[in-house]
Design a protein around this ligand. Structure first.
Ligand code: F3S
Length: 401
């Protein structure tokens, strides 16, 4: 790769061993994709995980004197202060949270602990070059905003934040943003949940190709969040277009950059119904309800509060959200309403964290296939259905067809 004098100095260790390691990783990624050079970024988001490898790497950078040139936002961890009221946490889990927090704070990250930064605190503009990790985030910034990010790992996004640059390859290049497969959606798309199913279903028909959806009418932010999360979880697809809606697909000509689609596929209501059946565990009695993978928006929290107001939940209901939406939920009384019904709202927390150990081996209901995907390895079962159906199930303690 052709490096600038400053990038070469970073690689040679003139800025310390932390920056040197970060640049080594960046160069290795660039060389593996035949990137000709680096380009500066304006934003980054790091999918902090609290896992040992994550902690080992960030502490290595910090101990080598690295500080972020572009301060990234970070993914959720778990807010152990909020969990103390309903479960006992193990000391070693608290310890890893504390050390991870200290290391990321020291390196200069903005401790947002939120997996939907593109809605609240890290919102790129059209054309910005960025480094976003996190499965719902990368498709959102690429597709909805027309900003540019490769499908970064937590490590590569952190290295980009430290060095301030990324290798020029992949979705940063115009030609790789060209739509490849036309996906004609014939399903009714009545709810945000249908976009979860569409996201999971599409890569099964298109492979890892860049899909261009037709037939989608004015989807809202929750629908787009769901679509990207499931495309990237179910199929490593970090960019899509919606004809006449997303900024690089105002016309068929623009979406396919003047070329013909490589293939045309149809997604029908029957396809989504089959997908629903494949994703969910059997209906029946449930032990809990869990929402917020990705973090629930304040509008979704309002939906839950409206449904449980003045009622008593048959099973505990948990909502994960951002700290901003948590504060809003308090101000708008949703917190009190949900607490009085027997539910909890927690901020800064991810489904894939050890704070949920008390639910292992149990059966829940959720609106998120991604939530169920991550928790299968924890021996948790999930009925997956629309948010409203899931809240009704939590009120009744079971879900039937
Ligand atoms: Fe967010 Fe964790 Fe789910 S980062 S999307 S809550 S797996």
């Amino acid at each position: 790769m052709k490096l600038t004098a400053q990038e070469q100095a970073m690689l040679d260790g003139e800025y310390g061993t932390g920056v040197q390691l970060a640049m080594k990783v960046q160069v290795a990624v660039g060389e593996s994709y035949d990137a000709p050079y680096m380009v500066p970024i304006t934003r980054a988001h790091v999918a902090l995980s609290n896992q040992e490898a994550d902690l080992w790497f960030v502490e290595k950078l910090v101990n080598g004197g690295a500080v972020c040139r572009v301060r990234p936002t970070v993914n959720p961890s778990f807010n152990w202060e909020q969990f103390k009221e309903f479960t006992t946490l193990e000391a070693e889990d608290e310890e890893i949270v504390r050390r991870t927090h200290e290391a990321y704070k020291k390196i200069g990250a903005i401790m947002t602990y939120n997996c939907t930064p593109y809605l609240e605190k890290n919102v790129p503009r059209f054309g910005e070059i960025t480094a976003f990790s996190e499965s719902s985030a990368t498709p959102f910034v690429n597709s909805v905003y027309g900003a540019r990010s490769n499908r970064e790992a937590a490590v590569s996004a952190l290295c980009a934040a430290v060095t301030g640059v990324v290798p020029y390859y992949g979705y940063l290049l115009n030609e790789n943003r060209r739509g490849q497969i036309l996906v004609e959606v014939e399903a009714e798309m009545k709810s945000d949940f249908d976009y979860q199913l569409l996201g999971y279903c599409t890569p099964k028909k298109t492979g890892f190709k860049l899909p261009v959806f037709s037939g989608l009418k004015n989807p809202g932010k929750e629908a787009l969040m769901n679509l990207g999360a499931q495309l990237n979880t179910g199929g490593n697809v970090a960019m899509y277009h919606i004809l006449g809606f997303t900024p690089e697909a105002q016309t068929m000509e623009a979406a396919f950059q003047g070329k013909e689609p490589e293939a045309v596929v149809r997604i029908t209501q029957e396809d989504l119904d089959i997908m629903r059946g494949e994703l969910t565990d059997p209906y029946g009695k449930i032990d809990f309800a869990l929402f917020g993978c990705p973090h629930l928006t304040i509008d979704q929290i309002a939906t839950v509060a409206g449904m449980v107001q003045g009622k008593r939940l048959a099973v505990p209901l948990f909502i994960m959200t951002s700290s901003l939406s948590y504060v809003l939920a308090e101000k708008m009384d949703y917190m009190r309403i949900i607490r009085e019904a027997g539910g909890w709202i927690v901020s800064d927390t991810c489904m894939d964290q050890p704070c949920w150990k008390f639910l292992y081996g149990k059966k829940g209901v959720t609106d998120s296939p991604k939530c169920a995907y991550y928790t299968r390895r924890r021996q948790m079962q999930f009925v997956i259905t629309e948010l409203e159906n899931a809240v009704t199930a939590a009120l009744e303690g079971e879900i039937t067809l």
